[in-house]
Design a protein around this ligand. Sequence first.
Ligand SMILES: C=C1C[C@]23C[C@H]1CC[C@H]2[C@]1(C)CCC[C@@](C)(C(=O)O)[C@H]1[C@@H]3C(=O)O
Ligand SMILES: O=C(O)CCC(=O)C(=O)O
Ligand SMILES: [Fe+2]
Length: 373
Amino acid sequence: MASILLSSPSKLHAQQTNRGPIDSSFLQRQTRVPSGFIWPEADLVAADEELDEPLIDLKGFFKGDGVAIENAAKLIRASCLSHGFFQVTNHGVDTSLIKLADDHLDQFFNLPVSEKLRVKRVPGSPWGYSGSHADRFSTKLPWKETLSFGFHDNGSEKVVADFFKSKLGDSFKETGKVYQKYCEAMKSLALSIMELLAITLGVKRLHYKEFFEDAHSIMRCNYYPTCQEPSLSLGTGPHCDPTSLTILHQDQVGGLEVFVNNKWQSVRPIQGALVINIGDTFTALSNGLYKSCLHRASVNAVKERRSLAFFLCPKDDKVVKPPEELVTEVGTRKYPDFTWAKLLGFTQNHYRADESTLQQFSKFTQSESKSVN
Ligand SMILES: C=C1C[C@]23C[C@H]1CC[C@H]2[C@]1(C)CCC[C@@](C)(C(=O)O)[C@H]1[C@@H]3C(=O)O
Ligand SMILES: O=C(O)CCC(=O)C(=O)O
Ligand SMILES: [Fe+2]
């Protein structure tokens, strides 16, 4: 799959056409999938089996049950050494809060496109509304709408509640409160998972939890409309998450697929469970030991699909480097030091995240530092 290193942001922007903004109403008016939404055949090979990822019950972890923690650590380590996906139950996130977040996702995406464009994504930033990223790319357009916003809680302000109220007004005040609470719950769970990951890697138990205490994360709501010709397009194309850890709530429709053992395998929706996956930044934090795995989201002709993706990210300027014991264990450093701000900027201004983002970014930063010296 050809990597897309765009020399300048201007190349990111689709050629202006007279088609107007793209949202689910545009997509569903089409009798055929427009050519910009048709993906290369290599990306469209169907998944014909289910991923055998572990389902980890976190009840024992939260109770401090040593045996349960050891069993969970073994399952998590095995999955992270292989593909980096697992699911968790008894995760402590209130199911009624998840239901509210799902309902408010619909409230936003059901708005007229003119309303959604009031929070249109600003070029160069991941925040805001996007219709198929049609303002960024001109080919391999994803069959989805997204709404993304930042989350951090190391100040007194309620940044998510403020985002909705300030950008969309009082009618979205409740939505902002729901997503503020949802992001707070996601971060708390993410920090618990970071503690478990430290245990599985044999490093100081609080090493990663402390590193992400002042995280500046990304929350993304994905809405995938039904597609007339689902075998020709994708809701989200093949990629590895550039972030550190993803906590995904998917509905019961199904569509998340992971590329493992040279084949696409579907991640079965499990009512009440959350899907966890390792991202590129954690691959670097584990000195290459844990895999950030290629995955995608397929679409279908019958049911629209929704997912909520919480991406744990370090505070912008923190240096991403593995603990010394993992450098000793592996024998060498696998990736150069970098900051999340730089990697995020790379994905927003120069490179469309795919399965080679971290490798391309490492080359990009090394070429940048050579040109400066
Ligand atoms: C840092 C990010 C960039 C993307 C959102 C987060 C984590 C996942 C990335 C993404 C979903 C990977 C596939 C391509 C992408 C352009 C998308 O389909 O949305 C990526 C996101 C982005 O760049 O907006
Ligand atoms: O919607 C999904 O199931 C996956 C979406 C995803 O991988 C992403 O947004 O990074
Ligand atoms: Fe992803």
